[in-house]
Design a binder for this molecule. Sequence first.
Ligand code: DCP
Ligand code: MG
Ligand code: MN
Length: 335
Amino acid sequence: KRKATDNAGNPNQDLCDFLIDLANYERNVSKNIFKYNAYRKAAATLSGLPERVKNGQEAKKLSGIGEKIAKKIDEFLSTGKLQKLEDIKKDESNVAINLLTRVSGIGPAKAKELVDKGIKTLEDLKKHQDKLNHHQKIGLKYFEDFEKRIPRKEIEKIEKIIKNSIAKSNEEYIVTICGSYRRGKKESGDIDVLLTHPTYTSKEKESKKKMSVLKDIVECLERKKFIVDTISLGSTKFMGVCQVPNNTEKPFRRLDIRLAAYDQYYCGVLYFTGNDLFNKNMRAHALEKNYTLNEYTLKRLTPEGTPGKAEKITCEEDIFQILGLPYKEPKDRNL
Ligand code: DCP
Ligand code: MG
Ligand code: MN
């Protein structure tokens, strides 16, 4: 949706832009997630280069760039455009599907369904809100703000607000802002908060008392006028909207909060820090080593392939070490 390759002074920004356009077309219209990931990977590789790519041949040496993408780079460098993209943009239903998927909560299938009904613009959507669920209505309400990237400075402020308010209700909560912020990005698409408490362990996860932990925190942040809207609230996952209090010129921001069990916290931190491609690689590597890794636990697989009991994990380094991998700092997890 938003451009994850926007970093200051990227000398290959225009190439990254057309690759992201192609990626979005593959996801939103063709529903080809494989190609979507391939284009995103190529864009991520180019966005990390210190210098401008000279031609496709040179680009092909880089990871994630093969013959086909190299050819497209050559076409773009010599003509300033890409015929495939020009053709895609000529079809107004493609353009409409792409636009509607930019609304938080609207995926490719829903977008196509709406476009088939003749709903093609945000104005159309506003007139047909009865066709939207609660999440999609919120996505539409905050459409402009949710497209704005969040500067690191603002998330630093938000981190203090969240930590202070939560500490006031109970000193023992542990709060980590994960996602692209933890990976050191200068701007983020949303704010990803991971939360745990020493008394909240995987054994007690389902008990009645623990069910209200996240709800209480959300209510506390609502009273502070920090959380302003809720998309969804379950026992371990909140999705909603926040704004820096007493600062009405600041845009509304997407906020995710997850509650992790204390003994599963670092698998949660690893997962929620990402990025998603890094997580995929990490899980694939775990399987090669006969382990299964998810956002909760790391478990050894028996020869029959069934998971054993959870490994004891007390920090992220433990996970890398058990899997025989050198530790990677969050800033080196931007694949
Ligand atoms: N995640 C994942 N697979 C997904 C979605 C998310 O592994 N399909 C994990 C990795 C992500 C983290 O959750 O880094 C947070 O998800 P976000 O969508 O918030 O992504 P980021 O924080 O990485 O980027 P952005 O700046 O766009 O929010
Ligand atoms: Mg995020
Ligand atoms: Mn998120």
